[in-house]
Design a protein. Structure first.
Length: 298
């Protein structure tokens, strides 16, 4: 049951992250820009998390080393990751950028094997291949003709940086820290840095509507508060490689939201890609539940 809970938490996180494009689209149409959307996302999330931590009386104090690690992984593994991902959209199609970003399950598996000496069986490798091919059909199909070296490099870099984030949370002493506390510090640090960047670049203009504010509030609550906490809690239960493969459920959520709420076209390759990802998620879930128990740090 414990591993089932971990699998469900990672999938919940993937669904929450998959809603980011929907909330962001509404915000962009109501006075926000990419910088202010991200600033409000992290700023509001930090506030909500702090209130929750104080109400629940969760100890938010961490050691000096963990404090530095949270700043580093939050800024590099999450903040710079998002920056390189968004920047890649200026050079290559978003579908191709999404496909290249999802190199991170491969990077997580490689890091687990060569850095942390984890053993990865052929079943996990097969599930990984299925998920990567599924991502290609779902997001990158027919986008090869628009290759740009700089854009490809940025998208790949975002995937590698996110793999660094996943492995650091999963393999370091941060496993001993509450998921709510981790999410709070990451949101707080990124909010501060983005506030400084927006003020310096002049992008901090607030000609927004209440619909835009509500969309960023939902982005903070659903995609940051719930999504980040669920992902980090799941990482304490299942393997990092398993979590990264399960996370490929994220673009399926974005696809379904686009088709149902934004009237986007559903093509055959979207269906094929979704089926391959679902198959990989089922396979890795079965394999994870049969694996030896993962030791939890309380």
């Amino acid at each position: 049951m414990t591993k089932t809970r971990g699998i469900l938490l990672i999938m919940l996180a993937a669904i929450c992250f998959g809603l980011i494009p929907f909330f962001a689209t509404i915000a962009y149409a109501n006075g926000f820009n990419p910088f202010t959307v991200t600033l409000f996302r992290f700023g509001l999330a930090a506030g909500l998390l702090y209130i929750y931590i104080r109400i629940r009386r969760i100890n938010y104090r961490v050691s000096t080393g963990q404090y530095f690690m949270l700043f580093q992984v939050g800024l590099i593994g999450y903040g710079v990751m998002m920056l390189t991902m968004v920047a890649s959209y200026n050079y290559i199609p978003t579908g191709l950028a999404t496909t290249l970003h999802f190199v991170y399950p491969i990077a997580v598996m490689v890091g687990s094997i060569f850095i942390f000496k984890d053993k990865v069986g052929w079943k996990s490798i097969t599930a990984l291949v299925l998920s990567v091919v599924g991502i290609y059909f779902l997001a990158g199909f027919n986008a090869e003709e628009s290759l740009n070296f700089y854009g490809v490099s940025l998208a790949l870099a975002s995937g590698v940086l996110y793999a660094y984030y996943v492995l650091t949370i999963a393999k370091s002493s941060l496993r001993q820290v509450s998921a709510f506390v981790i999410a709070f510090y990451i949101s707080f640090f990124n909010g501060l840095v983005l506030l400084a960047v927006c003020a310096f670049t002049g992008d901090l203009y607030l000609n927004i509507t209440y619909q835009g504010f509500l969309s960023t509030l939902m982005l903070a609550l659903v995609s940051t508060f719930v999504g980040m906490v669920a992902f980090q809690t799941g990482l304490k239960i299942v393997r990092a490689t398993t979590a990264s493969i399960l996370s490929t459920f994220e673009p399926i959520t974005s696809l379904l939201v686009g088709v149902i709420l934004l009237a986007e076209v559903l093509a055959w390759h979207h269906v094929l890609g979704s089926l391959l990802i679902i198959l990989s998620v089922i396979a890795v879930s079965i394999f994870e539940k049969k694996a030896p128990p993962v030791a939890l740090n309380k």
